[in-house]
Ligand binder design. Sequence first.
Ligand SMILES: [Zn+2]
Length: 274
Amino acid sequence: MSRAMHRFNLLISLIIAVSIASCSTSPTGRPQLILKSDAELEAQAAATFNAYRSTLPLTTNRAKIDFVACVAQAVVAELNPPYSDIEWELAIFEQNQINAFAMPGGKIGVYTGILEVAENEHQLAAVIGHEIAHVTAKHVNERASRGSLTGIGIEALAVIMGGGYTGGAYTASQALSAGAALGLQLPMSRGQESEADVVGLEYMAKAGFDPRAAVDLWQNMSAQGGKKPPEHLSTHPASDTRIENLISQWQKTLPIYNQAIADGKEPNCKKTWD
Ligand SMILES: [Zn+2]
């Protein structure tokens, strides 16, 4: 191919890249670079979620399933359109990892390890509210856009999937490319983290979970540091100011919580195991 032809091709791909990129604004007014369409991202999320479900063992502990489903349902019920119109899917992985995630298109993944850190339904609601907020505030799209620019992700995900698993319908390498396309292993930024905290607190409070519990959760999470810090902290870096930011939101979110309780929204989700 001639050099001129190369240049022409490059120009075409640049035009395509520019035309699909859109600059929007996040819930708290941050400018966002969105390179992927919702449809593209949701398709990648569905593939990744399926890959996870077939490569990681799902818990069979009924009490844990009921507890997580109860909290997740209550939080999801408070979302706005279009997120309230989605059929949300939940997978609870029997894994010691302290981790949880949410994906575009309505996917929630919870690792049983995080149930040791989230001491009650309020703290778990803080986790789930936070993760869902990363989706509704389009952070997952921002991160995926960043991932597609930098091309990182595959190697990190390889460590998590560990290779070698052959029992599922999906191979580890399919899971890898699906996860990499989503930028799944890229950390969220500090701005995205505090935004997910703010939005997540609102979701949990609306559902009748005490927003003050988010402080306990993140304190528990930090206390797990040391030799092997929670996986969740590697993709959700906790800043020193996180606790202060969470407390600063009480003024706004406690009235929402009190109203929810007054409206009879007190989800009866209890830990029934030791
Ligand atoms: Zn986060």
